[in-house]
Design a protein around this ligand. Structure first.
Ligand code: SOE
Length: 387
């Protein structure tokens, strides 16, 4: 069985998720398309690199991503760093002929994302952007039902992504609140996951009309680069710094195929944790999903018997997408880890078959253009066409 040597750049939260997926993928999907080998993990901080090596099961640690990209024994460059470094690393990796998986959002802007897409296309290697939630079996099931015409033509998409980890004004000013690093706030960080659902399930978004707001203009400066995600990392006495990104977005959307909808995202919704949802209405039925109950897809078909009309719950399992590789009984429990394991399976499959996976850098670029349009519309309140 082919082995694929992985170099992972970034040994934090996302590094943990990706490393777990590399280790676990062949345990779930067998025969595996290939065996990922956790070769080297890179972090700019030596101690973090060594800790990540020991904890995440890599053979080596490094602080020099350029040297690692130059190594002939590395097949995959996996980018798990903050957004401002995605383009530089991905372009260098593509130029070195490597396959690349990059955490989302692909980059800070559409223009920056395009430079990555161009480099990846010129290299002819496999590229993937890690919008993992579409790999939840219930979401993939929704896609299948839509493609089979089971809910007819789509009329409306209503998507939300609500979290509360930044609702506390004293939660730290991490890189996620700095435009120069993150590009945008909620729009790029989590709004793009909902946009990925919208494109995956309904189709291309043609125009948007958005409200975009920063609720908390300053936060306590954070010492150290660790992504504290608002939880317990705040120092109320620390000097406060300016937040120059959005905390909340709410947009109406028009799809190219005539469907309409809305997408909402905030990290300031007390009580919501990973409330990534969609409800889709079609001419023959409806579908609804909530990631906080991710084993379940709510379905309703217009021709259901009259005295039992209403949403019913399908618990995903072996009969559903990716079910053969995951757990043998429905509702044993799909988690964040499983979505990353499936992502790893799709990446390795793409590499061994030579067929680009989805979402790839082209999707990442299109999503970045939609994020740009949402931010532009938020400035003026006008409808903005997606470039
Ligand atoms: C923070 O909002 C975050 O870590 C996002 O960056 C991830 O993409 C999301 O899946 C979980 O929340």
């Amino acid at each position: 069985m082919q082995k694929l040597n992985v170099a992972m750049i970034g040994g934090g939260f996302m590094g943990k998720a990706h490393a777990m997926a590399y280790a676990a993928m062949p345990m779930f999907f067998w025969p595996a398309p290939a065996i990922p080998v956790r070769k080297v993990v890179v972090d700019i901080n030596q101690q973090m690199a060594e800790t990540a090596r020991d904890r995440f099961g890599f053979e080596e640690a490094s602080i020099d991503w350029r040297a690692v990209i130059a190594r002939p024994d590395i097949d995959i460059i996996d980018i798990c760093t903050p957004n401002n470094s995605h383009a530089e690393i991905a372009i260098a990796a593509a130029n070195a002929g490597k396959h690349v998986i990059c955490e989302k959002p692909l980059a800070r802007t559409g223009a920056e994302s395009k430079t990555m897409l161009d480099a990846a296309q010129a290299a002819g290697t496999i590229h993937m952007v890690a919008f993992n939630y579409r790999r939840t079996p219930a979401v993939a099931l929704a896609k299948k039902l839509i493609e089979e015409g089971r809910i007819g033509d789509i009329l409306n998409f209503r998507g939300t992504y609500l979290q509360d980890w930044s609702a506390d004004p004293d939660s730290p000013l991490s890189w996620r609140f700095q435009k120069s690093v993150a590009g945008s706030g909620t729009v790029g960080d989590i709004g793009t996951h909902a946009v990925d659902f919208a494109r995956y399930l309904v189709g291309e978004i043609a125009s948007v009309n958005a409200l975009v707001k920063t609720h908390i203009p300053t936060r306590p400066k954070q010492s150290g680069g660790v992504d504290k995600l608002g939880v317990g990392g705040g120092d109320n006495n620390a000097e406060r710094g300016a937040v120059d990104v959005d905390d909340e977005m709410l947009t109406m959307v028009k799809f190219a195929n005539g469907a309409i909808g809305s997408i909402e995202a905030t990290r300031n919704a007390y009580g919501r944790n990973n409330f990534l949802t969609f409800e889709i209405h079609g001419t023959k039925g409806s579908l609804a999903f909530n990631y906080e109950r991710r084993d379940e897809l709510q379905v309703m078909f217009a021709d259901d018997v009259a005295d039992a009309r209403g949403f019913r719950t399908v618990y995903t399992g072996p009969a559903h997408p990716y079910g053969g590789g995951l757990w043998p009984i429905p509702a044993l429990g799909i988690g964040y880890g499983e979505t990353k394991i499936v992502e790893c399976y799709d990446l390795c499959t793409a590499i061994v078959t030579g067929k680009q996976p989805s979402p790839n850098f082209e999707d990442g670029y299109r999503i970045a253009l939609i994020a740009d349009a949402i931010l532009a519309s938020g400035e003026t309140g006008q409808w903005v066409d997606v470039q």
